[in-house]
Write a protein that binds this ligand. Structure first.
Ligand code: 3PG
Ligand code: CO
Length: 555
């Protein structure tokens, strides 16, 4: 085994408190009225930018820089925080599933063999996010899996769809359902009984995360497993069209519905002997449903029925819990993350965010691993998020509370590494509400100020960055960068992340004289931050890490 011991940095001192602040969904883009960060009053972040190029720079946060299949893939929190925490670039779930489908290896793995045992008598159920967003899942992968599963013996298939509108434009759900229906029709023409069985909007049905609201998962369970939902339709397309007639409806929050036959009987509840696959590759929003489907002992809601099924995830979603125990594709083996190095080298860690991003600075940061490396060295604090509201109603979210907890941790002197995530730019950006997102950006900036002030007091160092873009561009654009308008002349609101780079700023009284950003790493990305932070703690970074972004001048 490689040693965990880090060498002393030849020029940088130990013992400084380093605050690492992640602004979720905070990219850098040209200033205009759809750039909420530009429109908002953000004096703290503006003043950091004045430190360019020695102490402020941009980082790549999308595509291959964070292990995604192509540079057309926008960044996201999972791959962003994985890269920030691990200091290395791993081929991520999206890519690994692509490879396994292309080579056919997915059908030779343990997970597929396990579910295949049910194909003779049972139904294969596929549950997941239906879009081409590429953040949690991809439609083209689902279509390949459908075809492949049938070729490998599945003769009765039910798809339980979750509509998106968050990683893709709102209103596109119909388009994706049409593509899916087309493939299912082709299967039916070959004599396969393949149909959509249920549906609902991803933010209201099934895809909760970090135990923010088990009611979301329960609504999914009722529709998918029990075949019970407030709405019943003969087809998903008809259903979504009906539900969207409500002017307040959107794809993210569609209510659950089940598809019924001519006798009003649901066509696809999950029963004993069936196989189930959750086809999302991304972990955070699959952990809760995976627990419901897998755990014999479960008390988060009344499952009513717990069918004896064979369940596999597209990936294993939690490496610590080994959940689920069966999976079609092995997840990236994210090892030797910076958090683990720091605790081995005597650095005490404090990490904090609010519920909806709590796992980002813990679970994702630590390579999709829940729990502590060493509980005597770490404290993770979760501030409960508001539930039952859309975040545009409360765009300040818990930024102030998080900043105050971080400030207290910094001033306590008990921790030398204080890491937080401020959710505002991202969570409010996803609502598509421009006014609210401007308020969100200001709230995040005020939190940054509180933390920088605390760092000033203890003569520490701050590192401020982001995981991907979102709030800096709220409109869909054509190739020349002009906002796209729909047939009624309204701009098309962009609820998703972006391809933009993110800022990285370092500073504080503890920053040793002469420390500055190197000039030779212009195309560096989020994975370069970990080595940089380890240096600021006074250590040389591990050899396997992407290079540090700083040098000490005056050589
Ligand atoms: C979500 O899960 O909320 C979005 O799909 C992606 O957002 P995140 O990557 O910022 O969490
Ligand atoms: Co986001």
């Amino acid at each position: 085994e490689l040693s965990w011991e880090l060498a002393d940095h030849p020029r940088l001192p130990k013992g400084k408190t380093v605050a690492v602040v992640i602004l979720d969904g905070w990219g850098e883009a040209d200033p205009d009225q759809f750039n909420c960060i530009h429109v908002a009053d953000t004096p703290a972040m503006d003043s950091l930018k004045k430190g360019a190029p020695e102490h402020w720079r941009l980082l790549r946060a999308h595509g291959t820089a964070v292990g995604l299949p192509t540079d057309d893939d926008m960044g996201n929190s999972e791959v962003g925080h994985n890269a920030l925490g691990a200091g290395q670039i791993y081929a991520q779930g999206a890519k690994l599933v692509d490879l396994a489908l292309a080579s056919g290896k997915i059908y030779e793995g343990e997970g597929f063999k396990y579910i295949k045992e049910c194909f003779n008598k049972g139904t294969l159920h596929l549950i997941g996010l239906l879009s081409d967003g590429g953040v949690h899942s991809r439609l083209d992968q689902l279509l390949l899996l459908l075809k492949g599963a049938n070729q490998h013996g599945a003769r009765r298939i039910r798809v339980h769809i979750l509509t998106d509108g968050r990683d893709v434009l709102d209103g596109t759900s119909i388009h994706f359902v049409e593509i899916l229906e087309n493939e299912l029709l082709k299967l039916r023409e070959k004599g396969v009984d393949a149909q959509i069985a249920s549906g609902g909007g991803r933010m209201y049905v099934t895809m909760d995360r970090y135990e923010n609201d088990w009611g979301v998962v329960k609504r999914g369970w009722d529709a998918q497993v029990l075949g019970e939902a407030p709405f019943k339709f003969q087809s998903a397309i008809e259903g979504i069209k009906k539900l969207r007639e409500d002017p307040k409806a959107n794809d993210q929050f569609l209510p659950p519905f089940v598809i019924v036959d001519d006798n009003s009987k649901p066509i696809g509840p999950i029963v004993d002997g069936d196989a189930v696959v959750t086809f999302n590759f991304r972990a955070d929003r699959m952990v809760m449903i995976a627990k419901a489907l897998e755990y014999e002992n479960f008390n988060k809601f009344d499952r009513v029925r717990f069918p004896k099924i064979r369940y596999a995830g597209m990936l294993q979603y939690d490496g610590e819990l080994k959940l689920p125990s069966h999976y079609l594709v092995s997840p990236p083996e994210i090892k030797r993350t910076s958090g683990e190095y720091l605790v081995h080298n005597g650095i005490k860690i404090f990490a904090c965010s609010e519920t909806v991003k709590f796992g980002h600075v813990t679970f994702f940061w630590n390579g999709n691993r829940s729990g502590y490396f060493d509980s005597s060295m770490e404290e993770y604090v979760e501030i409960p998020s508001d539930t039952g509201i859309s975040f545009n109603v409360q765009p300040e979210m818990k930024a102030l509370e998080i900043a105050e907890r971080a400030r207290d941790a910094i001033l306590s002197g008990n921790f030398h590494h204080v890491r937080i995530n401020l959710a505002n730019g991202d969570m409010v950006g996803h609502t598509g509400d421009i006014k609210a997102t401007v308020i969100a950006c200001r709230a995040a900036d005020e939190a940054v100020k509180i933390i920088i002030d605390a760092i000033e007091q203890v003569k520490g160092i701050y590192v401020v960055t982001a995981d991907h873009g979102n709030a800096e561009d709220m409109v869909k654009r054509d190739k020349s960068g002009q906002p796209l308008v729909d047939k009624d002349g309204n701009v098309q609101i962009l609820t998703s992340h972006t391809l933009h780079p993110v800022p990285l700023a370092i500073g504080g009284p503890g920053l040793a004289p002469g420390v500055r950003f190197r000039r030779d790493l212009q195309s560096a990305g989020l994975a370069n931050v970990a080595a940089t932070v380890i240096n600021l703690h006074g250590f040389e970074a591990p050899d396997e890490y992407e290079p540090t972004l700083i040098e000490v001048g005056g050589n």
